[in-house]
Design a protein around this ligand. Structure first.
Ligand SMILES: [Zn+2]
Ligand SMILES: [Zn+2]
Length: 322
């Protein structure tokens, strides 16, 4: 990401065409006006707003059990790809896996419309280095909405610091996926429409069709997945208890842990980020860890790192957030 002042004087048509290009190719050089780096770039936000508005189409396409089941299945699969791989693997290297499995889950993660694995990991590593300081781009100390979503809608949030992810950029397939990150969700949307359309004629008893499966399976599932995922940046640094006196505001929150498949044990995670397991006790349910254990039985992942017993001891009495 380079920084100049030239974009401040660019005509709207030019900024719009650059924004359009970046929707499809995030490798386009980002020219950032230093004074605008933390302001929401509304031209780039249009697809994000569109994803939300598209959910309103549920009132047009109706609903079926099949469409709900597909929406839930895609939520679960993509949530696991984000928590297990974008987070615990790409960002923290909490276990090892093969190159094909790494790529397969990178593709599934990209289907979540949360950008590519390189962008995600670079920003997340930055979060851990600067958690809740002035340099943390999505600390709730900058405000709820900034931490929840407007941070990545800014020119600063758009860029990827490749120096932070040198261990990942050596894989050309990951660089390609990251650059054209919109391709996977676009294919998922088209595939869902095709599936619904096919089922309408081949299995009419399911009561679904192309537009219905597109709206529930893609738009609704993706938007719910997105807002639940980012509660870890916004709410899990505000609401919950603190077992460890970490230097940040991270909290353990059982409800967020259930919804995000284990990520809600966020104070645990900031205490020892390298662990594949974020629930440190038997009652701290961590679905992502259970799924990783399951994959390890088949040799798909291995060397799951755990917390050294000495580091599990609470360093501070649990504080209840107000
Ligand atoms: Zn955090
Ligand atoms: Zn982390």
């Amino acid at each position: 990401m380079s920084e100049t002042d030239s974009s401040a004087t660019s005509p709207v048509w030019r900024r719009a065409s650059v924004a359009l290009l970046r929707w499809f190719d995030t490798g386009q050089d980002v020219v950032v006006d230093a004074t605008q780096a933390d302001r929401v770039d509304w031209l780039r936000v249009i697809p994000f707003i569109g994803l939300h508005l598209a959910c309103l189409a549920v009132f047009v396409v109706g609903v079926s059990w099949f469409a709900i089941a597909v929406a839930i299945a895609l939520y679960a699969l993509r949530m696991f790809a984000i928590t297990g791989f974008y987070h615990r693997y790409f960002s923290h290297k909490a276990f090892r896996t093969s190159r094909p499995v790494q790529f397969a889950f990178a593709v599934l993660g990209a289907a979540s419309v949360q950008r590519g694995p390189l962008w995600w990991a670079a920003h997340h590593r930055h979060h851990h280095r600067h958690a809740d300081t002035e340099h943390d781009i999505h600390s709730p100390r900058h405000g709820f909405w900034r931490s929840h979503m407007t941070w990545f809608l800014t020119p600063r949030g758009f860029g990827t610091n490749h120096d932070a992810i040198k261990d990942l950029t050596r894989f050309p397939e990951l660089r390609l996926l990251d650059r054209f990150d919109i391709l996977v969700p676009a294919l998922l949307a088209v595939g869902l429409y095709w599936l619904g359309d096919t089922l309408q004629s081949q299995a009419p008893a399911l009561g679904t069709n192309g537009p219905q499966l597109l709206v529930w399976g893609f738009f609704v599932s993706t938007i719910v997945l997105f807002h639940i995922t980012v509660t870890i940046n916004s709410l899990a640094h505000r609401w919950g208890s603190r077992r460890f006196a970490t230097r940040d505001d991270s909290r353990n929150n059982w409800l967020l842990a259930l919804l995000t498949f284990g990520e809600g044990w966020h104070n645990n995670h900031h205490h020892f980020p390298g662990s594949a397991r974020q629930g440190f006790t038997w009652w701290e349910i961590d679905l992502t860890y259970y799924a990783l254990r399951f994959l390890s039985w088949f040799g798909l992942v291995w060397d799951l790192k755990s917390v050294p017993p000495a580091l599990r001891k609470p360093t501070a009495a649990a504080l209840r957030a107000s």
